[in-house]
Design a protein around this ligand. Structure first.
Ligand SMILES: Nc1ncnc2c1ncn2[C@@H]1O[C@H](COP(=O)(O)OP(=O)(O)OP(=O)(O)O)[C@@H](O)[C@H]1O
Ligand SMILES: [Mg+2]
Length: 415
């Protein structure tokens, strides 16, 4: 009976054994693995964010390596072509890295400070869409090519679509040709189950309009609630509108679009409080002292971890500990009327009518990047206030789940 359990080998590694399986089984497993990664991406700005994140990491890694150069990103949105391109003058790739980086769960970043390190961003870019152009150049390695029909292969259940391959192309790209070294990635959107389907949807046709979207929704909106230091990375933004007309904004600063910098007559809460205290000290009427603040549109404040702890009194012991360990900083803007958001979106930014890119809600952020869509602020009293308050809660070193879907539930509750 015993020999029923006998195998040739007494010890083996299942992760290696899997390589001996049938090719069909292996392909199906890879497809499943990739599908799971794609499923973890739910936001419309995810492809832009992943490309920008990798580009920012690439220029910062070149800086860390001691190079003297001006870290730069060039972003081109082509509404004719329905494409989004990010060019960076960062580290580029080695040949071996380049051959593997689109594969699931491959990452070459070991630094704790990089934005990415899960190795799924490039998989999503490659297999989440159907048209990716890739260019890279440094002193060791250069390549220009394309990766087509990634998404179609993933979605195909009939087995008729071939597994996509990276192919060499000879075409040139004027922006990429200008940088001394670095990489360029361009996604052309469109196709079943892909999002965004069409970049014209936002009705943003100028660089200024795209800044509203990109600085609020992608890592270009570098967030530093701790000391306000801005990112060293500058970027150019080029927009080609549907008629082929090209407009650009040069040397833009990578910085979050704080509502108080966009909405005129915004008051800082601490200034209001200081005015009141000073009046009391001088024996004057504190409410008269703040008359000059009365005709404002809204009020804002920045909060350090100690402020968060003293301000939110209902925190559990674990939550209080998380505030410390994740170095939680926050920012809040309260508008006196939600028509201020409407005005900003429809009249000032002139974005798609009714599309509120800046509005009340909770924006979670980690390591200087806003992550995911705005969450409705769960208020039990004064429900209207949830639409009036734009809150950013920033963590350091909180690993959001795979992809960009979200944070651990404890951290969400804490925010
Ligand atoms: N623009 C780029 N310049 C240089 N290397 C890049 C660039 N984009 C991607 N890479 C390399 O490809 C690897 C895989 O990228 P990918 O986005 O999948 O993973 P990641 O950035 O390490 O982690 P995450 O999944 O969190 O984004 C990176 O670790 C990096 O080494
Ligand atoms: Mg990445």
């Amino acid at each position: 009976m015993n020999d029923l359990f006998e195998t040739q080998q007494q010890v083996w590694d299942p992760l290696e054994a899997v390589n001996g399986s049938d090719q069909e089984i292996l392909t199906a497993a890879k497809k499943r693995e990739i599908k799971n990664i794609l499923k973890s991406y739910v936001g419309t700005y995810d492809p832009m964010s992943e490309l920008i994140q990798n580009a920012m990491d690439a220029v910062e890694r070149r800086q860390t390596a001691g190079a003297t150069f001006s870290p730069k990103l060039i972003i081109k949105i082509d509404l004719c072509e329905n494409s989004f391109q990010v060019v960076d003058n960062g580290v580029g790739f080695t040949r071996d890295q380049f051959r593997a980086f689109i594969a699931p769960n491959i990452s070459f970043k070991r630094e704790a400070t990089t934005r990415g390190n899960k190795g799924v961003g490039a998989t999503y870019i490659g297999y989440g869409f159907n048209h990716l152009e890739i260019r890279t150049r440094n002193s060791e390695f250069k390549f220009q090519g394309q990766f087509r029909n990634g998404r179609e292969w993933v979605e195909d259940t009939s087995g008729t679509i071939h597994r996509p391959q990276v192919e060499v192309t000879t075409s040139h790209d004027v922006i990429f040709d200008q940088i001394d070294q670095g990489s360029s990635f361009k996604i052309r959107f469109g196709g079943k189950n892909t999002r965004p389907l069409n970049l014209n949807w936002y009705q943003a046709t100028t660089p200024e309009q795209w800044l509203y979207l990109l600085l609020l929704k992608t890592p270009l909106g570098y967030l530093n609630l701790e000391n306000g230091v801005v990112s060293a990375v500058a970027f150019d933004l080029i927009v080609v509108d549907a008629t082929g007309n090209e407009l650009s904004s040069r040397d833009c600063a990578a910085k979050y679009k704080y509502p108080h910098e966009e909405i005129k007559a915004s008051q800082r809460l601490s200034d209001v409080k200081t005015a009141q205290f000073q009046a009391v000290e001088r024996g004057k009427d504190p409410s008269a002292a703040i008359d000059k603040f009365r005709n404002s549109n809204g009020i804002y404040e920045f909060y350090k971890p100690k402020d968060v702890l003293s301000f939110v009194r209902t925190l559990s012991a674990e939550e209080a500990e998380s505030v410390e360990s994740y170095n939680v900083h926050a920012y809040g803007y309260f508008v006196y009327s939600t028509s201020v958001w409407d005005h900003l979106n429809d009249t000032k930014a002139e974005l798609r009518k009714g599309y509120r890119v800046l509005r009340g809600g909770l924006q979670m952020a980690n390591n200087s990047m806003a992550q995911g869509d705005l969450i409705t602020i769960p208020l039990s009293k004064n429900i209207g206030h949830q639409n009036q308050t734009h809150v950013v809660v920033h963590f350091s070193g909180a690993e959001p789940d795979l992809g960009r879907k979200g944070f651990q539930p404890e951290l969400r509750t804490l925010s």
